[in-house]
Design a protein around this ligand. Structure first.
Ligand code: AMP
Ligand code: MG
Length: 341
């Protein structure tokens, strides 16, 4: 069977029987509609936990948005004129992790991509397609703005950049980090079964002895349901694709995932889905695999320690790790109703 492309479908999640109606809340956060589903909780308790999750997501979104008023936005404004800027321990930890993933992915995932993302106009979701594509010289100049590291002096963390004007963009990892944070919060609250979905990037706490959640996988080019995956307890299912944010010019699609080496949107993959219990890793890997394309699919999976991933190439060919091949149930449209198992 041939699959045109993949994305995790929003709203196609089917839970198996639960003794109580699950509590469900939809909120707008991280630039998308997010869904919070909590199972087996009395209503009062579910309300309380959902409020906590919602507040946490809103804080993280503010702190980690590169062009906002929160900590990362402030850091970037300071980096416009400085090469060394102080930052909080929590943001330092996330940037440090993203730099480790940058190195493991041989620079395909790079959190210093912000300046290029800005140049292409993908930093602002309300942005219209630019009148013309950025000039090659500008792309080259921005591609040189990639060098950063985190350093610690006494008790204080600093972001050290190789030049002024570097813009850090955690967009390729923020949802995964937020999902990991939600999972931690839910566990601390004693919630055993829950599903948090940030517009197609999700984490499933199914409970150790309960049925796995079934996640619908759709074809982003025509929205049809393409298959199903069972997400085990604690697993994040994260997708990246050229369908999330893009514009078209002269029949060519320009999208929001940029190859740090060339400075241009990637052209060797249209969609990637990664499953891992480490949500941050899954998120960074999905972005890195979009850059890697089929040619480096295996090497990047090996370098990052990813066992379960699928990549769809522009010609419709799909590339699966052996574990994904076993787990992805491809469905024909007629029998893909999404009923519980
Ligand atoms: P994702 O949907 O997780 O692949 O994240 C895409 C977002 O990550 C884009 O909107 C950019 O903000 C940012 N981004 C784009 N290209 C890269 C890259 N090569 N490395 C890291 N982040 C990137
Ligand atoms: Mg990502």
């Amino acid at each position: 069977m041939r699959l045109a492309a993949l994305a995790i479908a929003f709203g196609l999640l089917t839970a198996c029987e639960a003794p109580r109606e699950p509590y469900h809340r939809t909120v707008y956060t991280f630039g998308t509609l997010a869904s919070i589903q909590l199972y087996d909780l009395p209503r009062e308790r579910a309300l309380e936990v959902a409020n906590k999750i919602e507040r946490r997501l809103s804080t993280l979104n503010k702190d980690w948005y590169a062009w906002g008023k929160g900590e990362l936005g402030q850091l970037n404004r300071a980096l416009a004129n400085a090469e060394k800027v102080a930052l909080s321990a929590s943001l330092a930890a996330l940037i440090q992790r993203s730099l480790e993933l940058r190195d493991l992915s041989a620079g395909r995932f790079d959190p210093a991509i912000g300046s290029l993302v800005e140049l292409w106009g993908f930093h602002d979701s309300g942005q219209k397609a630019p009148a013309q594509n950025p000039a090659a010289g500008d792309i080259q100049a921005r591609a040189e703005l990639l060098g950063i590291e985190v350093v610690q002096e006494d008790e204080q963390y600093y972001l050290q950049a190789t030049r002024t004007g570097i813009v850090i963009d955690l967009g390729g990892i923020a949802k995964g980090a937020a999902l990991a944070e939600c999972a931690r919060l839910l566990k601390a609250e004693g919630v055993r079964r829950a599903l948090i979905d940030l517009g197609g990037d999700l984490i499933a706490l199914s409970g150790p002895d309960q049925a796995a959640f079934r996640i619908g996988v759709k074809d982003p080019r025509d929205d049809a349901l393409a298959g199903l995956i069972r997400a085990q307890d604690g697993e994040a299912v994260v997708s990246s694709g050229d369908y999330e944010r893009y514009y078209e010019k002269a029949d060519k699609r320009y999208h929001h995932i940029i190859d740090p080496e060339t400075g241009y949107p990637t052209a060797t993959a249209i969609a990637v889905t990664v499953i891992s219990k480490d949500a941050i890793l899954a998120d960074a890997a999905a972005t890195a695999l979009m850059v890697a394309g089929p040619q480096h699919f295996e090497a990047v999976n090996a370098a990052l320690g990813i066992k379960t991933a699928v990549l769809i190439a522009p010609d419709g060919e799909y590339y699966l790790t052996p574990d994904m091949r076993e787990r992805l149930e491809l469905k024909s449209l007629s029998d893909a109703g999404g009923e519980g198992q």
